[in-house]
Design a protein around this ligand. Structure first.
Ligand code: NAD
Length: 271
């Protein structure tokens, strides 16, 4: 079996550690480099020890340039500025990338797309296979039910989440709205209170729960008279994001230049 050599940037972070565990558990990939920001105590420590999977013989470095010969693909879950610097290094070294970092500003995304003209990159705000499959199921359901149903999106997350509705809930709304030829900005209703009047069928309602340690739950309801269909997704751990990212690392090895997302990796783009 051909082994894909994976480097992980942000190796000591929440996602970094989960990614290391996932690499160890996945056939066809091996950890060959681990990168963290300079000045923190984990530099020089074995990446496997940090992730709690035992020694892997890969010392965490703060210098991506020094390890570019060691890997085939960089999986980057860090912060926007670090990711953008890493893109430049990978472009020079002609190394493929899988990017999960969120919060890139438009100029950074534009730069990523320039580099993507010469380099295969997977860039996705949500690497969960289940969430990406759910987007496709929502598109199909909206196409079937059309304007005959009321559409409501409910999501629940842990008490530490600072934004609402979640980015995933908003994307679900966009998917449904696009399929129905509606503009989400015009039809979204974020919560209801008081004398709201009768429901307008064209609206797409959002409701939000924040409680405890819920990792992430999303439910989209297509409700007619006499019946309703609900499509839901529940995340049980961060493993789903890591599995999608490592799946992407294997997939990107067979791609020509371009910027791809999980819809491409899962082959959902044209079904
Ligand atoms: P975290 O803060 O736990 O980890 C980030 C790590 O990056 C830290 O260990 C930090 O030291 C490291 N880092 C910072 N600068 C660096 C540099 N210059 N070089 C190398 N490492 C550097 O955060 P997290 O929860 O692991 O999330 C990381 C990113 O991934 C966030 O942007 C988050 O929104 C995103 N994320 C994306 C998905 C997805 O599916 N796409 C899922 C979860 C999280």
């Amino acid at each position: 079996m051909v082994m894909t050599k994976v480097a992980i940037a942000g190796a000591a972070g929440r996602m970094g550690k989960t990614l290391i565990e996932t690499v160890v558990d996945t056939d066809g990939v091996e950890l060959s480099a681990a990168i963290e920001r300079s000045g923190i105590s984990v530099i020089g420590t074995d990446a496997g020890e940090i992730a709690g999977v035992g020694s892997l013989g890969v010392a965490i470095t703060d210098d991506l340039n020094s390890v570019t010969d060691a890997f085939d693909v960089l999986v980057d879950f860090t912060i926007a500025d670090a990711t953008v610097a890493n893109i430049e290094v990978c472009a020079q070294a002609e190394k493929r990338m899988v990017i999960g970092t969120t919060g890139l500003v438009q100029t950074q995304v534009d730069r990523l797309h320039v580099i993507g003209k010469a380099l295969p990159i997977v860039f996705a705000p949500n690497f969960s296979v289940g969430v990406n499959a759910t987007f496709k199921l929502l598109e199909i359901a909206a196409g079937i039910f059309g304007d005959d149903v009321d559409i409501e999106i409910a999501e629940a997350h842990h008490r530490h989440k600072v934004d609402a509705p979640s980015g995933t809930a908003l994307r679900m709304g966009e998917v449904v709205a696009e399929q129905l030829g509606r503009d989400l900005d015009e039809v979204a209703v974020y919560g209801r209170e008081g004398m709201t009047g009768e429901r307008n069928r064209q609206t797409i309602g959002f409701s939000t729960i924040r409680a405890g340690d819920i990792i992430g739950e999303h439910r989209v309801m297509f409700a007619g008279l006499g019946e309703r269909v609900e499509i839901s997704h529940r995340a049980h751990s961060r493993a789903n994001f890591a599995q999608g990212a490592i799946k992407s690392a294997i997939w990107v090895m067979d791609q020509e230049a371009g910027v791809f997302d999980m819809q491409d990796v899962l082959g959902l783009r044209h079904i």
